[in-house]
Design a protein around this ligand. Structure first.
Ligand SMILES: [Zn+2]
Length: 282
């Protein structure tokens, strides 16, 4: 079992993490990285370890930095396991605009050969157990905390969790595509698993998974309390956000942008809950 780490210390802006599991009957890859070029680099890394065929690609969610390399694995023969709900804010303007934006981020060369390959052959909306070559992977939808299509990959025997972007190195998980309430549920699920190792979606693997979960929970709980207090006092959203540093328009997932965009999302969530329009938990 291998974690392939992207960049550390760069929050959600760095290259994401990926992983792969070599079984006696083929390889399972977890996430495909942000472009065909990055996908190819990941496949080369796998090939340095094993000649086993790549059987499955599991996508932890449908943000472009986690699946835009998926076509490489499909062409290598993998079938895709993912949540069928592929909606993300970044694709609001349509798939062509999403790809055009992403080409600007990654560069034309890195995106050469790109095709969408994130629609699952094996959709997971609850929990699904994949047994392959003596390994067991439990793939679970923990609710729409980070995005509608979140999945986590749990290896019960090894007690290793691939958490996707539910966990981020700096503890500031983005909820603008999901919800703080569902993220709280997801964090509780992680605690109940008590992983020995938890691989976050971005950044270093924490020495103690419980500490990163606790840090994430403290951040999101504090934000919920602040926004709830603002709603109850009738403070308008813009004033409630005034204490936060401004977002960087060109860096939508920088720390400042994440904090501010999360605050806006959670304000709306708390306002809906206050008005009795609470969305039901997943
Ligand atoms: Zn993400």
């Amino acid at each position: 079992m291998y974690a392939v780490l992207g960049d550390t210390g760069r929050g959600s802006e760095g290259r994401p993490n990926a992983g792969f599991i070599v079984t006696g009957a083929g390889v399972v890859v977890i996430d495909a990285l942000a472009s065909p070029r990055q996908g190819e680099a990941l496949l080369r890394t796998i090939r340095r370890v094993t000649r086993q065929p790549v059987r499955w690609l599991v996508l932890t969610h449908h943000h472009p930095d986690h699946h835009f390399g998926a076509i490489v694995f499909r062409k290598a023969g993998a079938r895709v396991i993912a949540h069928p709900d592929t909606r993300v804010l970044a694709a609001e303007a349509g798939p062509d605009a999403l790809v055009a934006d992403w080409v600007r981020v990654m560069g034309v060369e890195a995106m050469r050969g790109f095709e969408f390959a994130n629609v699952p052959d094996r959709p997971v909306t609850g929990s699904d157990t994949l047994r392959l070559g003596g390994r067991t992977l439990v793939i679970t939808h923990p609710g729409a905390g980070h995005s509608a299509g979140d999945l986590m990959v749990w290896l019960p025997k090894e007690r290793v969790l691939f958490a996707g972007d539910l966990l981020i190195e700096d503890g500031v998980t983005m909820v603008v595509d999901g919800s703080a309430r569902a993220l709280q549920h997801g964090l509780a699920v992680i605690d109940s698993l008590a992983p020995r190792i938890a691989v976050p979606g971005h950044g270093a693997i924490p020495a103690r998974p419980t500490e990163l979960v606790a840090r994430t929970r403290a951040y999101i709980t504090g934000l919920q309390a602040d926004m709830r207090a603002a709603v109850e006092k009738g403070v308008p959203m813009l004033r409630a956000l005034a204490t936060l540093p401004p977002p960087d328009e060109t860096r939508p997932v920088s720390l400042n942008s994440r904090r501010r965009r999360n605050a806006a999302r959670v304000y709306v969530e708390e306002e809906r809950a206050y008005m009795g329009l609470e969305d039901s938990l997943p």
